[in-house]
Structure formats: C-alpha cells, structure tokens
Design a protein around this ligand. Structure first.
Ligand code: MN
Ligand code: MN
Length: 310
C-alpha cells in the first residue's frame, strides 16, 4: 500500500511568467514514451507481478521502492506543468467573481500548442505527451522474467535521460520551474539507471554500469543539477517506506561508489523519503471558473470545515 505526504520531492522555483507552450514541452516528461507515467507504470506492475518475492527480496524491493519514487515524480512534473501553464500566483486573484466574460478574456489561448490543456484542464497536467497524445498501457512491460524486466527498466531510465536532456535544451532560462524539474529528475534518473545496472550486474556478472552515463554527458555539465550533486542525491536511494525495502542496500552499496563522472562517494540507502519542498498554491482564476466563477461561499464553507477539524 501507499502512504501520501503533502509535499513535492523537490522545491520548484515559482514561475516568472505564463508559458503554456513550455508547459506542453514539459508534458513529454509526464506522458511521453519515456515519461514518468511510463516508469511508474512499469515498476508498479512489475512489483505487483514479481515472482518468488521472498527468494529474490533485494531485487523485488528495488523495483517496489523505486515505484514509490516514480509516483512522486509524476506529481512533481504535473506541478511543473501547471505552474508553467498558469504563471506566477497572484495573491487575491481568486477573490470575488470573474467579471464580464463577454470580451474573450482568453482569446490568446486559441494559439497555444494544446488548446485542450486550457479548455479541458484549466492549465492542469494530464497523462499525455507534448503533442497531447494519451499515455497508454502499451507503455507497460512486465514479463515476469527478472533479467528482461530489469533490462527494460535500464533502457527506460536511459531513454528518460535522453528526453529529459532534450526538454531541458528546449526550455529557456525564464522557464526556471521547468528547468528545475529537468535538473532534479536527471539526477534521480541517473540513480535509477545506476541501480538497475548494479542489479543486473549482481545477477549476470556483466558490468552494465560501464555504459553510463547514456547519453554520454555528465550531470556536472548541467547547472540545475549542481545543488543535488553537492548534497549527494546522486549517491542516495530511498526506501520510501518507514520499515520496508531495506534489502536494497545489498544492491545499492556493497562497495560500489558514485559513477566516475559524478562527485565521488559511497552509495547509501536512506530509510524513508527525501525532505522535499512545498507544493505550489496554484491560485484560482474565477474568469476561467477555477475553482469557480464566484468562489467566496465555497471558501467560507471550507474555512468553517477547517476550523471544525482543529
Ligand atoms: Mn522518474
Ligand atoms: Mn526513474
């Protein structure tokens, strides 16, 4: 089962401006072939379907714990998409009603890459790629064969790194929110690729980690990765559980160190999850009927319910 914490895995800087097309580009990291929906879907169903769990405990625990991290990545990218699509939060923007809507207040939206992202989702994220094509279950591979599944996962993490790099190259400096998403996920994805390589090495004896990094550019070349490298995120794997999945230390650790191009040090397993950062408010826009045209009564009801719960 899953436990939910009301935080993001990383702190995202507030957006500087509204940029729905940058949000569409970031959607590739959510619902693209190598997006977070794909890594989540693969590891989640592989962990559900895992055979001989007790006898293969370190390998089962690896796939199971990374599943939980990927669910948090889905949450992180979704927040990034919505932040870029909506722009800076303006305090009080959700007060009062939406005013006169007869003069096409959202005329500009007809020119954005994904009009549905506004019309259907009010700038929110959905599991589609950058061209609004639905993520689908054909992206999930769960063969029941441990080596094939781990190889697939290794490929998936390398492919994810490739398209994170391309999305990163697409976003200009005024899209710091999206670039931060890319920087954080590049570090964490590198950990996952490394972990699956080490798992495959334990089973097969092949030094698959020598293929890394793929693509062949070190994290040190990417400014948004620096603080995560400095704090050692590239050497940490989390259990994402208060008590379970500690057996991953047999794979992530075991005398192995950081990859040659990254800051050196021991690989360590952390019980639990990263400290994380706050979730963006995403203030409503009454003229777009979010959370409604005239939300005051709704806010009053919520305030009373909140007070009653204390
Ligand atoms: Mn991920
Ligand atoms: Mn991953």
């Amino acid at each position: 089962m899953f436990l939910r914490i009301d935080k993001l895995q990383a702190e995202l800087p507030a957006p500087k401006r509204q940029d729905p097309n940058a949000a569409a580009a970031l959607q590739e990291l959510l619902g693209g072939k190598y997006g977070e929906m794909s890594t989540l879907g693969n590891y989640m169903f592989q962990s559900f379907n895992f055979r001989s769990k007790s006898k293969l405990r370190p390998f089962y625990s690896l796939v199971a714990s990374i599943t939980a991290e990927e669910l948090g990545h889905v949450e992180l990218v979704s927040n990034g998409v919505a932040m870029l699509a909506n722009g800076p939060d303006q305090e009080g923007a959700d007060s009062g009603d939406g005013g006169d809507i007869s003069n096409a207040p959202f005329a500009d939206m007809k020119d954005i890459r994904s009009y549905a992202s506004f019309a259907s989702h009010a700038g929110g994220a959905v599991p589609v790629n950058s061209n609004s094509m639905s993520w689908n279950t054909d992206m999930v591979t769960t063969t029941g064969n441990v080596v094939v599944d781990l190889l697939h996962n290794f490929h998936l993490e390398c492919g994810a790194r490739l398209h994170k790099l391309r999305v990163y190259e697409t976003l200009t400096a005024d899209n710091a929110t999206g670039r931060e998403v890319c920087g954080y996920l590049l570090v964490r994805g590198s950990v996952h690729a490394h972990a699956y390589a080490l798992a495959l090495k334990q089973i097969t004896g092949v030094d698959i980690e020598k293929m890394l990094p793929t693509p062949n550019i070190p994290l040190g070349k990417i400014p948004e990765c620096q603080k995560y490298l400095n704090e050692g995120s590239h050497r940490r794997l989390y259990t994402f559980s208060p008590n379970d999945y500690k057996e991953i230390a047999g794979i992530w650790g075991n005398g192995e160190g950081a990859l040659p191009g990254d800051p050196p040090g021991e690989l360590t397993v952390v019980d639990g999850m990263p400290e994380g950062g706050k979730i963006h408010q995403l203030v409503g826009i009454p003229s777009a009927f979010t959370p409604d045209y005239a939300p005051e009564e709704m806010f009053e009801i919520a305030t009373k319910l909140y007070q009653a719960s204390r």
